[in-house]
Design a protein around this ligand. Structure first.
Ligand SMILES: Nc1ncnc2c1ncn2[C@@H]1O[C@H](COP(=O)(O)OP(=O)(O)OP(=O)(O)O)[C@@H](O)[C@H]1O
Ligand SMILES: [Mg+2]
Length: 433
């Protein structure tokens, strides 16, 4: 469980500092302010590995580069398997081009999962990616983590010697379905739990073939219009969710199997980092995704404490967590570009915002989370500003009112509250005759 993080002279801001909530942590902020970067740093802090260094086909998750000429540091604290809080300090060593740290094996923070925005996925499993060389015992090197490119999630992940580390969604799903045992039942249940709504449950169809050249049996999903669609042809939203469901089942199943071999208890902590949690999802789905992911992970790892750190661009995601948000264990962090008068370029500030209910998505759009002045079109927003100014101008008259009326009529909807008010005032004052 990640507790705190402070980074200096690395990334988009000179300094960022956070104290995480124990359960749900939401990150908001404009494009390019550091949400994904922060998730990369969180992954590294817990695993001491950069995703792109473990899998060269990734196009994100590179090692954090310090600002030129500055002393850079990453300090963090986390709760270890035994419940102890451990602090860790790392400085960037320029001649070695590497992050320094305490020598020896890092402590075990539990299971760490990272869903990146492009469909890449990384898993660090304390039972499989954690080992220690001891005295004269010949302990073999193990895999440092499992880092999948989007394609490898579907087709499988190979190790350095060409061995299969993971069979991938297509083969595993098909063989679980043929066996019809626990893994398949779990996958089926998780896919149902992650479906957009009660009335739109995703369900699994029969295995099929999609081409003469591909000898694999391809899993299918039953579509509401009656067809069974091979998962490889499914829409981006359905694929995002089914691949998350598969990876959660695979990770947990393999973790339990490894724990059994090692004679260890399963992880008591799970940290799940998710970038753009609403990626590819229709608003109806955006409204349920945080709650359903939280309950899936909590049910999967029943005895474990689950921490989610998720970035979002979606006002609906923020509105949807209102009933769930608990200030004792959840937190919301907001990145902003702040422009002080003395600071021509502006700088990035990260604020832990006090949780407030806004009630609906458009109110969230206009809150600190998204800093929009309006949820209308740009043209409508401008016309409204003009109308508000015109109304208070001393020389406002019927001719100007008529011109403004035509402009507003061209951009506002018939039910827009401003439009309704405008027409009421206009009629009362006799401007619109
Ligand atoms: N490995 C790295 N080392 C140093 N700085 C980085 C690294 N990766 C990203 N950055 C910096 O972080 C900035 C923010 O990028 P990031 O991808 O985190 O934005 P974001 O908030 O996720 O935006 P978006 O909403 O568009 O996804 C980049 O412009 C870059 O300056
Ligand atoms: Mg991002």
């Amino acid at each position: 469980m990640l507790r705190s993080l402070t980074i200096k002279n690395v990334g988009p801001a000179p300094e960022l500092s956070l104290e995480f909530g124990k359960r749900l942590n939401l990150l908001t902020g404009d494009n390019g302010l550091g949400k994904s970067f922060l998730l990369d740093i969180a992954w590294w802090s817990l695993t001491r590995r950069w995703p792109a260094e473990l899998n060269a086909s990734l196009a994100s998750g590179y090692m954090a580069r310090p600002k030129p000429g500055e002393n850079a540091s990453i300090n963090f604290s986390f709760t270890t398997k035994s419940g102890k809080v451990e602090r860790y300090e790392s400085k960037f060593n320029r001649p070695k081009q590497a992050w320094t740290g305490r020598p020896g094996r890092p402590s075990n923070p539990g299971l760490v999962l990272y869903a990146q925005v492009d469909g890449s996925f990384a898993v660090w499993d304390p039972a499989r990616n954690y080992w220690k060389k001891e005295g004269n015992i010949d302990v073999q090197e193990r895999q440092p983590a499992y880092v999948f490119s989007p394609k490898e999630v579907w087709d499988g992940l190979r190790g350095e010697k060409g061995e299969w580390l993971c069979n991938g969604l297509i083969r595993d799903w098909a063989s679980w379905q043929r066996e019809g045992k626990n893994a398949f039942k779990l996958l089926e249940r998780i896919i149902r739990m992650l479906s957009p709504s009660e009335g739109e449950k995703l369900s699994i169809g029969e295995l099929t073939r999609i081409s003469i050249e591909d000898a694999r049996d391809i899993p299918t999903l039953k579509m509401p219009y009656g067809e069974e669609t091979p998962v490889l042809h499914a829409s981006a939203g359905v694929r995002r969710i089914t691949s998350l469901a598969y990876l959660l089942v695979w990770t947990w199943k393999e973790h339990l199997a490894a724990c059994k071999l090692l004679g260890e208890e399963p992880a008591s902590q799970v940290v799940f980092l998710v970038d753009e949690i609403e990626a590819h999802l229709h608003p109806r789905w955006q409204r349920s995704v945080v709650r359903s992911l939280l309950s899936v992970v909590t049910q999967l790892a029943r005895a474990a404490q689950v921490q989610i750190i998720a970035a979002t661009h979606s006002p609906l995601v923020m509105a949807s967590v209102e009933p769930e948000f608990d200030i004792r264990q959840d937190a919301w962090f907001d990145f902003d570009l702040v422009r002080a008068q003395s600071d021509k370029q502006g700088h990035i500030a990260l604020t832990r915002r006090e949780w407030q209910r806004h009630g609906e998505a458009s109110a969230w759009l206009m809150s600190n989370a998204f800093d929009m002045k309006s949820a209308r079109s740009i043209e409508a927003e401008q016309a409204l500003e003009e109308a508000a100014q015109a109304l208070s101008a001393p020389n406002f008259n019927k001719t100007r009112a008529k011109a403004m009326h035509a402009k507003l009529a061209g951009v506002l909807s018939d039910t827009d509250p401003f439009w309704v008010r405008w027409r009421y005032i206009g009629e009362k004052k006799g401007w619109l005759e």
